[in-house]
Design a protein around this ligand. Structure first.
Ligand SMILES: *Cc1c(COP(=O)(O)O)cnc(C)c1O
Length: 391
């Protein structure tokens, strides 16, 4: 089955729910058993890792439906749902690390994920080395006897460096190291982590799976070998997500393939238009020919989402503000993956420790929404005119 078909069909079981198309929202803490025997049977199944059935915290059919769908689409063995993308990143890391272990984390990881490494993981005795995202097979030189996890995020947060996932994964596996990736940009549709050597893949489902800027959710999907650790730690941590948010994620999922095509197309057109403006130093979009990450994107990815970055030449704060503040169709805000276009100013140097950032000008991250591209470009055109007038 093609992915477009999978997003429509996966995880749905109308025959179980009176023919209802969308899996219903089960609000549950207590799940009753009719007999002692049934109660004991469910507990036993639950302890063996059979999902669901014994208590609301471990999810209901609402939860199972989303987990099943994400696992099928992303191509993993099983999925667990977390209440946010960051909780999913943290849960994935905690599942495969213990006191005394060493973690290799890309220098371009999502800022709050870096804080997990430098905060809770450090406090519990896990040492982290941040590495250059472009290191590829050279990661071998950073591996220590106690290295247990290599954490990737591709493309990199804010700056969009593409990592050579298969090269890093094959070195890691030679040393018995578990490979984790934050695959939010790639989405379960456009990058298939388990075909490229990844063991555990995180999605900030808040972004394109929910897709409408109205719920927070994360997923962690893994191979069969990684499942027992992921499952045990997730349950030990008591991580659970609310059924209404899970329902919104399921609903978003059904249109994700269709939405993503438009985000991809609009992002490419915007990025190309922006790259032609004389005040722009660089556009960071791995699907643009000429981008340093293009060859890897072309080799490993099936598409691109609507998120990319722009570095400006040295311009005044006033000129930068004149561009951003007058935009009508772009919200100024964090997060992305919803239907609307967004911009977010950012300073990559605040979030890296081992890779240099050669640019002095301001950076603006763009999310291309589902508006007409002509309107988005016209709005930006007016913005660049304001920038020039203010310069
Ligand atoms: C947004 C984001 C997260 C965190 O997701 P939340 O749901 O906002 O907690 C993690 N990784 C990446 C790459 C993100 O963009």
């Amino acid at each position: 089955m093609k992915d477009e078909t999978k997003v429509v069909r996966s995880g749905r079981h109308p025959e179980r729910f009176e023919g209802v198309v969308n899996p219903p929202v089960f609000h549950a803490s207590t799940i009753l058993s009719p007999t002692l025997e049934d109660y004991e049977r469910k507990n036993k199944l639950s302890a063996q890792g059979v999902p669901g059935t014994y208590y609301g915290r471990r999810g209901t059919s609402t939860t199972r439906s989303l987990e099943e769908a994400v696992a099928e689409i992303e191509g993993g063995y099983r999925t667990v749902v977390y209440p946010s993308g960051l909780a999913a990143c943290a849960g994935a890391l905690l599942s495969f690390l213990a006191a005394g272990d060493h973690l290799l984390m890309t220098d371009t990881a999502y800022g709050p994920t870096r804080n997990v490494a430098r905060g809770v993981l450090a406090r519990y005795g896990v040492a982290t080395t941040f590495y250059d995202p472009l290191i590829g097979a050279g990661i071998e030189s950073l591996i220590r006897p106690n290295t247990r996890v290599v954490y990737l995020e591709s493309p990199g947060w804010l700056t969009f460096e593409m990592q050579d996932v298969p090269a890093i994964a094959s070195v890691a596996h030679r040393h018995g190291i578990t490979v984790l990736i934050d695959n939010t940009w790639g989405t379960p549709l456009y990058f298939k982590p388990f075909e490229h050597g990844v063991d555990v893949s995180v999605q900030a489902a808040t972004k394109y799976i929910v897709g409408h800027s109205d719920a927070m959710l994360g997923t962690v999907t893994c191979t069969k070998e990684a499942w027992s650790k992921l499952r045990a730690t997730t349950y030990e941590l008591g991580q659970t997500a609310g059924p209404d948010d899970i329902y919104l994620a399921q609903r978003g999922l059904r249109t994700m393939a269709t939405r993503l095509k438009q985000h991809w197309q609009a992002g490419m057109e915007l990025a190309q238009w922006i790259a032609r403006q004389p005040e722009v130093e660089r556009v960071m979009h791995p699907a643009l020919p000429g981008d340093p990450g293009y060859a890897i994107w072309k080799r490993d990815y099936r598409g691109a989402c609507g998120l990319f970055g722009v570095v400006f030449k040295a311009i005044s704060d006033k000129a930068f503000a004149a561009l951003v503040d007058g935009l009508e169709l772009y919200g100024i805000g964090a997060s992305w993956g919803g239907f609307e276009s967004l911009v977010m100013p950012c300073k990559p140097t605040d979030y890296r420790s081992v890779t240099a950032w050669p640019h002095a000008g301001p950076c603006l991250r763009f999310h291309a929404g589902l508006e007409a591209v002509e309107d988005l470009i016209a709005d930006l055109d007016a913005g660049f005119a304001r920038l020039r007038a203010a310069a």
